[in-house]
Design a protein around this ligand. Sequence first.
Ligand code: NI
Length: 231
Amino acid sequence: MLVHVPQVLSPEQVAHVRGVLADTNWVDGKVTAGAQSAGAKHNLQVPEDAPAARALGDIILSALGRNPLFNAAALPLRVFPPLFNRYDAGMEFGAHIDNSIRFVKPSIASGAPIRVRTDMSATLFLTDPDDYDGGELVIEDTYGSHGVKLPAGDMLLYSATSRHHVTKVTRGSRWSSFFWVQSMIRDEAARTTLFEMDTAIQGLRSRHGDESEIVSLTGLYHNLVRRWADV
Ligand code: NI
């Protein structure tokens, strides 16, 4: 599943996030890579426990909490504290699949480390496509490769089981936030079914209001969530 979530952040929020990041200390992106992906990863990141990263991450988390499309598509149980990366000219990230389990550092989680099973990956774009060349996020699935470049403030949500890469930036600098979601619905097919059902019900409700059958369908949706969700 590939879902484009538009305008997670407003232009003002994007400007604020970029302003804070501009004054931040960036380190080699290999710090959060697994053994295989470390060899393929050439970018810069803000350390995950940097106070600036946490403050900006909280802005993103509260925006996600209010976003109906994100919540319908991901049915989130846990969201990894958002990280921030940057690809300057010449930087890229070769093909890889994200680690299956991520640990939130105890210094961030205030106590025991929290484990997040990465069901979905998210990239929130912070640079407008006109401001850089290359830097496409390419996701491979059974239908082939999908190259994605979204306006600043928009987010791509995709299955963390998919192989993906970021092509080399040839002009400018591509900034983004990235993180993972553990869904209440572990099974990807079930999660996709629920999202499609939810979308269809919302469409029916907007045209017909709460007719009896729509109330029944809504109840069925919730009964399936109840049956399949781990919380
Ligand atoms: Ni990745």
